[in-house]
Design a protein around this ligand. Structure first.
Ligand code: GLN
Length: 473
């Protein structure tokens, strides 16, 4: 490798120091979005100097990357947008933070989220909602809405988010950028605050497929600190073909229901026409258990969350809200009652209920069985000669703040097209495919486990065709 410290491979000039200055200006400009929970010019400058001192420029040289505030960092707080972790600073860095830095990236900021990543709009943050980057009265999606809005507005080149049921793809779709959910096990979860451990995976945002894909490559690979990380070498960004000859792309009918938003349908139909013109073979397929995904997810994710969140007790992390008198139970109750917001409390109550002795078989065990049926649907279409699936990322474009806040089930339905991939441990990506009434529409590719390379290829080809069609208009 040549010594081009401070340059990124795309040829953009700029040392770490220059990037640090520039990024500070960009972050200040993005302030009205409330996308960022912590950043400082001093830390940015220290990051820039560190990058400039690297003997060899890494693959992400001088790229400013923001982190969702549920990824732990030594130099900045990690709050999960919750009062219960206000002011908490981790004694170690997440593996992804170490890997981003080793690749030459600058850690730019920590971004806003739905409390503990529970939500689809970033309205469930204890520190105020994040605005949509184009229309302030709309939501950016969630739960990684801070990361998505920041990247879409130009505040950072890329950002990490986390996915339990769609929290990267859904906000990417709403904000008109690219979001990737890697295969379960592709990226280390060491230092990602746990929500639903059998579903959680760190994902990434970029304004194009290449940027998000390069970030994925830089942080992927086995980590001895995460027993669930897969024993695979780091991913390498694939060559992008000129066409899609040899690709068979399945279009599952369950993802195009009659009540699908007309503008979303039209943009996805145009995308399918592009894929066909590029040489892909388009095949109608069926994933018959898709309808079970939301109920299954909303049993398993809260069950795992209720167990994972038991550790926030006012003793080990963050502030203690003590009532002044009473025993340790009273202290737990007061701390958890004040520290957790309403959506987190709802999940803990649901999760505890479905795991309780009388209901375990009826709910939790049944949901585990349904999960396997959902996963088997994907196995059979992929075994039947389909390389990738193409679907809308979300059933609608970005909605208005407040619209779904009082109706948890309506909020949960924002994930109908995204949570099946988490339940099935596969990889998926959202890429902009056009607009409906002026708002971005995302198209989703879903690939088999560890099928990221072909997915990045197809998404890159489609992205170029969508851009060209937009220019021609
Ligand atoms: N919106 C979903 C939920 O509220 C997914 C969240 C996520 O992927 N972190 O659980």
């Amino acid at each position: 490798m040549t010594a081009t410290a401070g340059r990124d491979p795309s040829g953009r000039k700029g040392s770490g120091a220059a990037t640090a200055r520039e990024t500070g200006v960009r972050l200040a400009k993005a302030e009205p979005l409330n996308a960022v929970l912590h950043w400082s010019q001093e830390l940015l400058e220290a990051e820039g100097a560190r990058v400039d001192a690297m003997p060899v420029a890494g693959p992400l040289a001088a790229m400013p990357v923001a982190l969702k505030d549920n990824i732990v960092t030594v130099e900045q707080p990690t709050t999960c947008a919750s009062r219960i972790l206000e002011g908490y600073v981790s004694p170690y860095n997440a593996t992804v933070v170490e890997r981003l830095r080793a690749a030459g990236a600058l850690i730019a900021a920590k971004t806003n989220l739905d409390e503990f990543a529970m939500g689809s709009s970033t309205e469930h943050s204890a520190f105020g909602r994040t605005q949509h980057p184009e229309q302030p009265d709309l939501v950016p999606g969630g739960s990684s809405g801070g990361s998505a809005a920041l990247v879409a507005s130009g505040g950072a080149d890329a950002a990490l988010g986390s996915e339990t049921g769609g929290s990267v793809r859904q906000p990417a779709s709403f904000c008109g950028i690219v979001g990737i959910k890697p295969t379960y096990g592709r990226v280390s979860r060491y230092g990602l605050v746990a929500f639903g451990s059998s579903l959680d995976q760190i994902g990434m945002f970029g304004r194009d497929v290449r940027t998000a894909g390069r970030v994925l490559c830089a942080i992927s690979g086995r980590d001895p600190n995460d027993a669930t990380s897969a024993d695979r070498p780091p991913l390498e960004f694939p060559e992008i073909p000129n066409d899609l000859l040899g690709f068979t792309i399945g279009v599952p009918k369950e993802y195009f229901p009659d009540d699908l938003d007309a503008g979303v349908r039209a943009a996805c139909d145009r995308a399918i026409a592009h894929l066909r013109k590029a040489g892909a073979k388009i095949k109608q397929v069926s994933l018959p258990h898709t309808g079970l995904a939301i109920p299954t997810y909303y049993i398993l994710a809260p069950a795992e969350a209720s167990s994972n969140l038991a550790r926030y007790d006012g003793v080990r992390y963050g502030p203690r809200y003590a009532p002044g008198e009473g025993d340790v139970q009273a202290m737990y109750r007061a701390t958890r009652g004040v520290g957790f917001g309403p959506e987190v409390r709802r999940r803990i109550i649901v999760g505890t209920y479905v795991l309780s002795a009388g209901y375990y078989d009826a709910y939790y065990r049944k949901a585990l069985r349904a999960r396997w049926l959902i996963a088997r649907d994907f196995d059979s279409v992929f075994a039947g000669g389909v390389d990738l699936l193409f679907t809308p990322s979300t059933p609608t474009t970005a909605f208005r703040a407040g619209d779904k806040l009082e109706d948890p089930v309506a909020m949960y339905l924002a994930d109908v097209f995204s949570c099946p991939a988490n339940l099935a441990w596969v990889t998926a990506l959202s890429v902009p495919v056009g607009r409906s009434d002026g708002l971005p529409v995302g198209g989703q590719f879903i690939a088999p486990q560890f099928g990221e390379a072909r997915m990045l290829q197809a998404a890159s080809v489609l992205e170029a065709l969508v851009d060209r069609a937009a220019e021609a208009r």
